[in-house]
Design a protein around this ligand. Structure first.
Ligand code: ADE
Length: 242
């Protein structure tokens, strides 16, 4: 069996992430032992009767900031319990580096991922600063896109799904990983979007399947798919200006 990946999610809303993670391929990967996913309630690491996780911001302003004390206690305890020597700490924030397929590939070969799901105005920045000084951690502040969510939980789910499917053994047929959007890379070129796919019936609502796909000529089919991927990528990139 392939190597294991351990994933810890830290949140004040464990139910938000536990149920989706138990579903589908990711849930199966958990059952088979390929990936171990643990959801941690941040409030379990508080020390006061009200289980406080936030306070008002220094310098004023709207909203609350999550306290470094409780986050530090949570992350230390989770790292210690992990039995791994290196930890990738991923702090979800709209102010982070943009998540990408390349980052998913890199993180899929890590030993231990810790997803810190902030709420409110985010987590006191000293949490990032402190763990950046630690040789047993690598810290990344990550955003899944240029929009603002109420918290990092949905972003952690997106990242975990993209990462977990790249762990060897999670997807039954690994060939399906090599031809998909963002991973078809021609030499010296950026990744292409995937070509369009068709299945039966051969005609649907007056729309036939492109004739080339039923020709049986595998060389021409491969060429056609590549051209489609290139034109699709050009069109979408010029529309979005990326
Ligand atoms: N938290 C709030 N918005 C976010 C985003 N776009 N990505 C990651 N975490 C977030």
């Amino acid at each position: 069996m392939a190597r294991n990946l351990k994933i810890d999610v830290v949140t004040i809303f464990p139910d938000y992430v536990v149920t989706p993670l138990a579903q589908s391929l990711i849930g199966k990967a958990g059952q088979s032992g390929l990936i171990e996913i643990i959801t941690n309630d941040l409030r379990d690491f508080t020390t006061d009767p009200h289980r406080t996780v936030d306070d008002t911001p220094y310098g004023g302003g709207a909203g609350m900031v999550m306290m470094p004390t409780v986050w530090g206690d949570a992350i230390d305890a989770i790292a210690q319990a992990s039995e791994t020597s290196h930890h990738e700490l991923i702090i979800l924030t709209p102010a982070g580096e943009l998540f990408s397929q390349a980052m998913a590939e890199e993180l899929s070969s890590a030993e231990h991922l810790i997803f810190a799901c902030g709420r409110y105005e985010g987590i006191d920045h000293r949490v990032t600063e402190h763990y950046r000084t630690r040789s047993d951690f690598r810290v990344r502040e990550v955003s899944i896109g240029n929009y603002v969510l109420n918290g990092g939980e949905a972003a952690a789910l997106v990242m975990i799904e993209a990462i977990a499917r790249l762990v060897p053994g999670v997807i039954g047929n690994p060939d399906s990983l090599t031809e998909e959007s963002h991973s078809i890379v021609a030499e010296g070129q950026e990744a292409l979007l995937e070509y369009p796919s068709y299945t039966k019936p051969a005609e649907w609502r007056g729309l036939p399947v492109p004739a080339i796909l039923t020709s049986g000529n595998h060389g021409l089919i491969a060429k056609w798919r590549r051209e489609q991927a290139i034109s699709r990528t050009r069109q979408i990139r010029s529309e979005t200006g990326e």
